[in-house]
Design a binder for this molecule. Structure first.
Ligand code: IPM
Ligand code: MN
Length: 332
């Protein structure tokens, strides 16, 4: 049996609570992990002023995968932890495919969100800040290489699923430069995947379809910001954000990939034992799958979905964190 070396960033708020349930379920599934606990997040920042020191990044680079709970505390202003820790990890580790699966009785889709470019790249700045003539620009960076590798990953994923369908979501009617590059990359890569049927929707229309036509989508590929927004909506219509898992992948496997629930640190319920650990458990299942533990991953995912389904029908939404972790662990 292989031992996988996993960096654990519990983070802030409910992060450590949901991660500990995820690790409980991994153990129950019989997979052996060698854990390296990393002290990163808002608490460390407030204590030491450090976000992601180079030594911590080097330590993470040497591991097989990273499991992250959530980062963020109300005392730290917006943007600091997001850019300095979360996005820095995505960029430094080149985690270019953000894979977010959504499943419910009516929907079974995966969003592949480009994760290193677009408006998230940090291009732009201020002129005359604070004056009445202030200007702020925030550019969208789209490289042919960056778009193409993300689109290629999405075609590979779509080709591995029964429906073999991939939809590009963008806003080509208005974002005519970025949209054009995305559309051409999509068409050219798609020509190499004749078995995958393709579609295109503008992002605003995709919001309507996500809500109103549950079976329209199989795999969606889209840019960083559209993917951010679309996956919150997809989460909301498929059992809520408490179930939304994600994998930040470096498909080339140059360094570790990072797995995290889509939700945040929820400081308002931290320590109450009321956090829903299902998204974190499902994220850990995605991690095992990427580490080659397909069987354990499938058992974990099924157990999470079974427990989520039982929760939805029994209407007892306020089950305790550990109770839910136990319920999933018993089923794997
Ligand atoms: C997400 C989050 C992050 C994002 C934030 C916290 C930087 O909303 O993972 O979806 O915008 O990507
Ligand atoms: Mn988001």
């Amino acid at each position: 049996m292989t031992t996988h070396r996993v960096g654990v960033i519990g983070g802030d708020g409910i992060g450590p609570e949901v991660v500990s349930e995820a690790l409980k379920v991994v153990r129950a599934a019989g997979v052996d992990l060698e854990l390296t606990e990393m002290d990163l997040g808002g608490a460390r920042y407030l204590r030491t002023g450090e976000l992601l020191p180079d030594e911590a990044l080097d330590q993470l680079r040497a591991l097989d995968a990273i499991l992250l709970g959530a980062v963020g505390t109300p005392e730290v202003p917006p943007g600091v932890l997001e850019r300095g820790l979360l996005l820095r990890l995505r960029f430094e580790l080149d985690l270019y495919a953000n894979v977010r699966p959504f499943a419910s009785a009516e929907r079974d889709l995966v969003v592949v969100r480009e994760n290193t470019e677009g408006t998230y790249a940090g291009e732009g700045g201020f002129l005359r800040r604070g004056s009445p003539h202030e200007v702020a620009t925030q550019g969208s960076v789209n490289t042919r290489m960056g778009v193409e590798r993300c689109v290629r990953y999405a075609f590979e994923l779509a080709g591995s699923r029964p429906r073999r369908h991939l939809t590009l979501v963008h806003k080509t009617n208005v974002l005519t430069f970025a949209g054009d590059l995305w559309q051409r990359a999509f068409d050219e890569v798609g020509a190499q995947y004749p078995d995958v049927a393709t579609g295109y929707d503008h992002v605003d229309a995709a919001c309507i379809h996500l809500v109103g036509s549950p079976r329209r989508y199989d795999v969606i590929v889209t840019d960083n910001l559209f993917g951010d927004i679309l996956t919150d909506l997809a989460g909301a219509v498929t059992g809520g954000i408490g179930l939304a898992a994600s994998a930040n992948l470096n498909p080339a496997r140059v360094g570790p990939s990072l797995f995290e629930p889509v939700h945040g640190s929820a400081p308002d319920i931290a320590g109450t034992g009321r956090a829903n650990p299902l998204a974190a458990i499902r994220s850990a299942a995605m991690m095992l799958d990427f580490l080659g533990e397909a069987d354990a991953a499938a058992r974990m995912t099924k157990a999470v979905l079974d427990v989520a389904g039982a929760l939805a029908t029994s209407g007892t939404a306020d089950r305790r964190t550990a109770e839910l972790g136990d319920a999933v662990a018993e089923r794997v």
